[in-house]
Design a protein. Structure first.
Length: 278
């Protein structure tokens, strides 16, 4: 095994696993599309595994072993593809980096991609009240690293629908909330994201649940990610994806316009700022 790794030039277990996938595929005379057909996925997905933007997941590795007749070789190699995120969120985090557009709905908390460090720390501490500071700091750092996809001025396109409860839930206190809402308004004013707020007065209209993320891609169908406490689910069945799109559109219809939403966000930020000063 070590000899193969040296010959391939791989420097890490992850690189070795990716090169082994490519080597076995080419030895079998299969294109990425050809392997994708046999493991019930796309050629683009195979390419993403080979270049490291998608993990070699155990269930996919099992199918690959069947195609190549390699026993449990790729299942064992899949263990090299460790994610720094919780297992239920790991693939969603990978897909964020590949998405050309992200549409989010949040009912109580600011979506992770838009959280400031102090807001994220308050969220993490709330869910881990007895954890060591180093552990919480690590979680915060992972969240901030995710947000770096927004450093690109144009991609992915991002449209966010927030329930008014997100603005009014004082996570971390008044000063943290003032900074958090100003961060959101700054992203809007920089023309990086579009935000709409569903007001309390909308009632049941526009209620989608806790967190819904719809991701679009250049070469793959839309995917939906939904999340609750310590659990998340990716949905790619076309009929269910379309259902989420309809619900998302209803939420946007019930929301204030982007212009009025921005005014509300900045107004609530100023309320928090005044409270922080008293």
């Amino acid at each position: 095994m070590a000899k193969q790794k040296d010959l391939s030039g791989a420097q890490t277990p992850e690189e070795f696993a990716r090169e082994e996938l490519r080597r076995h595929r080419e030895a079998a005379g299969l294109t990425q599309d050809g392997l994708g057909e046999r493991i019930f996925t796309s050629g683009a997905y195979v390419g993403q595994m080979e270049c490291g933007t998608r993990r070699l997941r155990p269930e996919i590795a099992e199918l690959i072993d069947k195609v190549f007749g390699t026993g449990d070789y790729f299942v064992r190699l899949a263990k090299a593809f460790k994610s720094k995120y919780e297992e239920y969120f790991a693939e969603a985090a990978e897909l964020e980096r590949l998405a050309t557009a992200i549409y989010e709905y949040a009912s109580t908390l600011v979506p992770g991609l838009l959280q400031t460090a102090e807001y994220a720390r308050a969220v993490m501490r709330g869910g881990n009240p007895t954890a060591l500071a180093e552990y919480v700091d690590g979680l915060v750092q992972f969240r901030l690293e995710r947000a770096r996809i927004l450093d690109d001025p144009s991609s992915p396109e991002m449209w966010v629908v927030l329930h008014e409860a997100v603005l009014r839930t004082a996570v971390g206190g008044a000063a943290v909330m003032a900074a958090q809402l100003r961060h959101i308004s700054g992203c809007v004013r920089a023309h990086r994201i579009t935000v709409q707020v569903v007001p309390f007065s909308a009632g049941a209209q526009g209620a989608l649940g806790s967190l819904v993320t719809i991701m679009q891609f250049a070469d793959a169908p839309d995917v939906v990610y939904t999340e609750g406490p310590s659990v998340g689910q990716l949905v790619d069945y076309p009929a269910l994806v379309q259902r989420h799109w309809k619900l998302y559109d209803l939420a946007r219809a019930a929301a204030l316009s982007p212009e009025v939403s921005l005014t509300l966000i900045e107004s609530v930020a100023e309320e928090y700022a005044r409270c922080a000063q008293t």
